[in-house]
Design a protein around this ligand. Sequence first.
Ligand SMILES: Nc1nc2c(c(=O)[nH]1)N[C@H]1C(S)=C(S)[C@@H](COP(=O)(O)O)O[C@H]1N2
Ligand SMILES: [Mo]
Length: 231
Amino acid sequence: MPVGRRLVLSMLGLGAAGLVAAPSLQRGLEAFLGSAADRDPTGLTGLLPNGGGFRYYSVTASVPRKDADTYRLTVDGLVDRPTTYTLDALRALPQTRTVRDVQCVTGWRVPHTPFEGVRLSHLLDAAGVRPGAGAVRFTCFDGAYSESLTLEQARRADVLVALRMRDEGIGHAHGGPVRLYVAPMYFYKSAKWLSGISVTSEVRPGYWEERGYDVDAWVGRSNGRDDTPTV
Ligand SMILES: Nc1nc2c(c(=O)[nH]1)N[C@H]1C(S)=C(S)[C@@H](COP(=O)(O)O)O[C@H]1N2
Ligand SMILES: [Mo]
Protein backbone atom coordinates (compact mmCIF):
# COMPACT_ATOMS: atom_id res chain seq x y z
CA MET A 1 0.00 0.00 0.00
CA PRO A 2 1.42 3.44 -0.87
CA VAL A 3 2.67 5.40 2.14
CA GLY A 4 0.24 8.26 1.51
CA ARG A 5 -2.69 5.97 1.59
CA ARG A 6 -1.54 4.18 4.72
CA LEU A 7 -1.18 7.57 6.32
CA VAL A 8 -4.65 8.80 5.44
CA LEU A 9 -6.21 5.53 6.56
CA SER A 10 -4.51 5.65 9.92
CA MET A 11 -5.42 9.33 10.25
CA LEU A 12 -9.02 8.37 9.74
CA GLY A 13 -8.72 5.49 12.16
CA LEU A 14 -9.57 2.92 9.52
CA GLY A 15 -7.80 -0.38 9.37
CA ALA A 16 -7.34 -2.07 6.02
CA ALA A 17 -10.32 -4.20 7.00
CA GLY A 18 -12.52 -1.19 7.86
CA LEU A 19 -15.70 -2.00 6.02
CA VAL A 20 -18.12 0.81 6.67
CA ALA A 21 -17.47 4.43 5.78
CA ALA A 22 -19.90 7.28 6.18
CA PRO A 23 -20.85 8.79 2.81
CA SER A 24 -18.96 12.02 3.44
CA LEU A 25 -15.92 10.07 4.55
CA GLN A 26 -16.17 7.90 1.46
CA ARG A 27 -16.31 10.98 -0.78
CA GLY A 28 -13.37 12.50 1.04
CA LEU A 29 -11.38 9.34 0.59
CA GLU A 30 -12.23 9.11 -3.08
CA ALA A 31 -11.17 12.71 -3.60
CA PHE A 32 -7.95 12.14 -1.71
CA LEU A 33 -7.07 8.79 -3.21
CA GLY A 34 -7.52 10.05 -6.73
CA SER A 35 -8.65 8.39 -9.94
CA ALA A 36 -11.89 6.56 -10.45
CA ALA A 37 -9.95 3.37 -11.09
CA ASP A 38 -8.50 3.56 -7.61
CA ARG A 39 -9.67 1.08 -5.02
CA ASP A 40 -11.20 2.01 -1.70
CA PRO A 41 -9.60 1.35 1.69
CA THR A 42 -11.37 -1.97 2.08
CA GLY A 43 -9.72 -3.20 -1.10
CA LEU A 44 -13.12 -4.53 -2.07
CA THR A 45 -14.71 -1.70 -3.96
CA GLY A 46 -13.83 0.67 -6.73
CA LEU A 47 -15.81 3.09 -8.81
CA LEU A 48 -16.96 1.33 -11.94
CA PRO A 49 -16.01 3.12 -15.16
CA ASN A 50 -19.28 4.41 -16.64
CA GLY A 51 -20.88 2.81 -13.64
CA GLY A 52 -23.39 5.58 -13.06
CA GLY A 53 -22.49 5.79 -9.38
CA PHE A 54 -22.16 2.08 -8.69
CA ARG A 55 -19.15 0.68 -6.89
CA TYR A 56 -17.70 -2.62 -7.95
CA TYR A 57 -17.84 -5.20 -5.20
CA SER A 58 -16.43 -8.69 -5.13
CA VAL A 59 -15.15 -10.67 -2.19
CA THR A 60 -12.97 -12.73 -4.52
CA ALA A 61 -10.02 -11.52 -6.58
CA SER A 62 -11.44 -12.93 -9.81
CA VAL A 63 -14.72 -14.39 -10.97
CA PRO A 64 -15.19 -16.76 -13.92
CA ARG A 65 -17.21 -15.40 -16.83
CA LYS A 66 -20.45 -17.13 -17.79
CA ASP A 67 -22.55 -16.67 -20.90
CA ALA A 68 -25.68 -18.18 -22.45
CA ASP A 69 -23.77 -21.39 -23.20
CA THR A 70 -22.19 -21.91 -19.80
CA TYR A 71 -24.54 -20.26 -17.31
CA ARG A 72 -26.74 -22.49 -15.12
CA LEU A 73 -29.03 -21.71 -12.19
CA THR A 74 -29.98 -24.57 -9.89
CA VAL A 75 -33.09 -24.56 -7.68
CA ASP A 76 -33.00 -27.33 -5.08
CA GLY A 77 -33.28 -28.15 -1.38
CA LEU A 78 -36.72 -28.57 0.19
CA VAL A 79 -38.60 -28.67 -3.11
CA ASP A 80 -40.59 -31.32 -4.97
CA ARG A 81 -39.00 -30.61 -8.37
CA PRO A 82 -35.33 -29.57 -8.30
CA THR A 83 -34.66 -27.66 -11.52
CA THR A 84 -31.69 -26.34 -13.48
CA TYR A 85 -32.27 -23.32 -15.72
CA THR A 86 -30.22 -22.08 -18.64
CA LEU A 87 -30.13 -18.37 -19.42
CA ASP A 88 -32.52 -18.91 -22.32
CA ALA A 89 -34.92 -20.80 -20.08
CA LEU A 90 -34.95 -17.87 -17.64
CA ARG A 91 -35.46 -15.40 -20.49
CA ALA A 92 -38.49 -17.41 -21.65
CA LEU A 93 -40.29 -16.92 -18.32
CA PRO A 94 -42.51 -13.90 -17.51
CA GLN A 95 -40.34 -10.82 -16.81
CA THR A 96 -41.04 -8.16 -14.21
CA ARG A 97 -39.49 -4.67 -14.27
CA THR A 98 -39.09 -2.57 -11.15
CA VAL A 99 -37.53 0.86 -10.65
CA ARG A 100 -36.25 1.66 -7.16
CA ASP A 101 -33.25 3.26 -5.47
CA VAL A 102 -30.20 1.09 -4.90
CA GLN A 103 -28.79 1.62 -1.42
CA CYS A 104 -25.48 0.18 -0.23
CA VAL A 105 -25.09 -0.10 3.50
CA THR A 106 -21.83 1.89 3.31
CA GLY A 107 -23.78 4.97 2.25
CA TRP A 108 -23.76 5.26 -1.54
CA ARG A 109 -27.03 5.25 -3.36
CA VAL A 110 -28.16 5.14 -6.98
CA PRO A 111 -31.68 6.50 -7.47
CA HIS A 112 -34.28 5.12 -9.89
CA THR A 113 -32.46 2.04 -11.11
CA PRO A 114 -34.44 -0.31 -13.35
CA PHE A 115 -34.04 -4.04 -12.76
CA GLU A 116 -35.83 -6.70 -14.78
CA GLY A 117 -36.11 -10.43 -14.43
CA VAL A 118 -38.10 -13.39 -13.15
CA ARG A 119 -39.84 -13.15 -9.82
CA LEU A 120 -38.14 -15.44 -7.33
CA SER A 121 -41.64 -16.50 -6.20
CA HIS A 122 -42.26 -17.83 -9.71
CA LEU A 123 -39.21 -20.13 -9.53
CA LEU A 124 -40.17 -21.25 -6.02
CA ASP A 125 -43.71 -22.08 -7.12
CA ALA A 126 -42.40 -23.95 -10.16
CA ALA A 127 -40.14 -26.05 -7.94
CA GLY A 128 -42.86 -26.71 -5.37
CA VAL A 129 -41.74 -25.65 -1.89
CA ARG A 130 -42.20 -28.43 0.64
CA PRO A 131 -43.83 -28.11 4.06
CA GLY A 132 -41.23 -27.34 6.71
CA ALA A 133 -39.32 -24.93 4.49
CA GLY A 134 -38.66 -21.54 6.06
CA ALA A 135 -35.88 -19.85 4.13
CA VAL A 136 -33.99 -19.58 0.86
CA ARG A 137 -30.23 -19.59 0.51
CA PHE A 138 -28.39 -18.12 -2.48
CA THR A 139 -24.95 -19.14 -3.72
CA CYS A 140 -22.75 -17.62 -6.40
CA PHE A 141 -20.34 -18.82 -9.05
CA ASP A 142 -17.60 -16.65 -7.58
CA GLY A 143 -17.35 -19.60 -5.20
CA ALA A 144 -17.54 -17.51 -2.03
CA TYR A 145 -20.53 -15.19 -1.64
CA SER A 146 -23.83 -16.28 -0.18
CA GLU A 147 -27.03 -14.68 1.02
CA SER A 148 -30.37 -15.73 2.42
CA LEU A 149 -33.95 -14.59 2.89
CA THR A 150 -36.87 -15.93 4.87
CA LEU A 151 -39.40 -17.67 2.64
CA GLU A 152 -41.85 -14.84 3.28
CA GLN A 153 -39.30 -12.24 2.13
CA ALA A 154 -38.33 -14.40 -0.84
CA ARG A 155 -41.94 -14.52 -2.03
CA ARG A 156 -42.29 -10.73 -2.24
CA ALA A 157 -43.18 -9.40 -5.66
CA ASP A 158 -40.14 -7.08 -5.66
CA VAL A 159 -37.54 -9.82 -5.26
CA LEU A 160 -36.20 -10.76 -8.68
CA VAL A 161 -33.79 -13.15 -10.30
CA ALA A 162 -32.55 -10.28 -12.43
CA LEU A 163 -31.42 -10.61 -16.05
CA ARG A 164 -31.33 -6.89 -16.81
CA MET A 165 -30.19 -3.80 -14.94
CA ARG A 166 -30.51 -0.21 -16.18
CA ASP A 167 -32.35 -1.57 -19.22
CA GLU A 168 -29.48 -3.63 -20.51
CA GLY A 169 -28.19 -7.14 -19.91
CA ILE A 170 -26.28 -7.40 -16.64
CA GLY A 171 -22.55 -7.16 -17.41
CA HIS A 172 -19.95 -9.26 -15.67
CA ALA A 173 -18.93 -6.50 -13.23
CA HIS A 174 -22.50 -6.13 -11.97
CA GLY A 175 -22.87 -9.87 -11.37
CA GLY A 176 -24.11 -10.96 -14.79
CA PRO A 177 -25.50 -12.72 -16.52
CA VAL A 178 -27.85 -13.24 -13.56
CA ARG A 179 -27.93 -11.64 -10.12
CA LEU A 180 -30.45 -11.52 -7.34
CA TYR A 181 -32.25 -8.21 -6.81
CA VAL A 182 -33.90 -7.62 -3.43
CA ALA A 183 -35.44 -4.19 -3.95
CA PRO A 184 -36.43 -3.31 -0.37
CA MET A 185 -33.14 -4.28 1.25
CA TYR A 186 -29.57 -3.05 1.33
CA PHE A 187 -27.73 -3.99 -1.83
CA TYR A 188 -25.56 -6.64 -0.15
CA LYS A 189 -28.65 -8.89 -0.26
CA SER A 190 -28.56 -8.68 -4.07
CA ALA A 191 -26.10 -11.52 -4.66
CA LYS A 192 -24.13 -11.16 -7.89
CA TRP A 193 -23.19 -14.10 -10.19
CA LEU A 194 -26.16 -16.09 -8.86
CA SER A 195 -25.82 -19.83 -9.42
CA GLY A 196 -27.82 -21.55 -6.71
CA ILE A 197 -31.17 -21.15 -4.98
CA SER A 198 -31.69 -23.66 -2.21
CA VAL A 199 -34.81 -23.90 -0.08
CA THR A 200 -33.86 -24.56 3.56
CA SER A 201 -35.61 -24.91 6.88
CA GLU A 202 -33.97 -21.87 8.50
CA VAL A 203 -32.09 -18.72 7.52
CA ARG A 204 -28.35 -19.23 7.38
CA PRO A 205 -26.38 -15.95 7.59
CA GLY A 206 -24.66 -14.90 4.37
CA TYR A 207 -21.06 -13.97 3.67
CA TRP A 208 -21.16 -10.41 5.04
CA GLU A 209 -23.60 -11.36 7.74
CA GLU A 210 -21.09 -13.81 9.18
CA ARG A 211 -18.74 -10.79 9.26
CA GLY A 212 -21.02 -8.40 11.10
CA TYR A 213 -23.72 -7.13 8.72
CA ASP A 214 -27.33 -7.37 9.82
CA VAL A 215 -29.21 -10.44 8.57
CA ASP A 216 -32.25 -8.17 8.64
CA ALA A 217 -31.37 -5.70 5.88
CA TRP A 218 -34.54 -3.65 5.30
CA VAL A 219 -33.76 -0.18 4.08
CA GLY A 220 -35.60 1.94 6.59
CA ARG A 221 -37.63 5.09 6.30
CA SER A 222 -34.54 7.03 7.36
CA ASN A 223 -33.30 6.35 3.85
CA GLY A 224 -36.43 7.84 2.34
CA ARG A 225 -38.05 4.59 1.30
CA ASP A 226 -40.73 2.32 2.56
CA ASP A 227 -41.00 -1.40 1.99
CA THR A 228 -44.15 -1.44 -0.10
CA PRO A 229 -43.72 -3.43 -3.31
CA THR A 230 -44.11 -1.18 -6.35
CA VAL A 231 -44.59 -3.94 -8.90
N1 LIG B 1 -21.29 -12.37 -5.34
C1 LIG B 1 -21.27 -11.16 -4.73
N2 LIG B 1 -22.42 -10.46 -4.67
C2 LIG B 1 -22.44 -9.25 -4.06
C3 LIG B 1 -21.27 -8.70 -3.46
C4 LIG B 1 -20.07 -9.45 -3.57
O1 LIG B 1 -18.99 -9.04 -3.09
N3 LIG B 1 -20.10 -10.68 -4.21
N4 LIG B 1 -21.33 -7.48 -2.83
C5 LIG B 1 -22.65 -6.98 -2.42
C6 LIG B 1 -22.61 -5.56 -2.08
S1 LIG B 1 -22.05 -5.15 -0.52
C7 LIG B 1 -23.08 -4.59 -2.92
S2 LIG B 1 -23.18 -2.96 -2.47
C8 LIG B 1 -23.50 -4.95 -4.30
C9 LIG B 1 -22.67 -4.16 -5.31
O2 LIG B 1 -23.12 -4.41 -6.62
P1 LIG B 1 -22.34 -3.76 -7.84
O3 LIG B 1 -20.95 -4.33 -7.84
O4 LIG B 1 -23.15 -4.13 -9.04
O5 LIG B 1 -22.34 -2.25 -7.61
O6 LIG B 1 -23.37 -6.33 -4.60
C10 LIG B 1 -23.68 -7.21 -3.52
N5 LIG B 1 -23.62 -8.57 -4.02
MO1 LIG C 1 -22.76 -2.95 -0.26
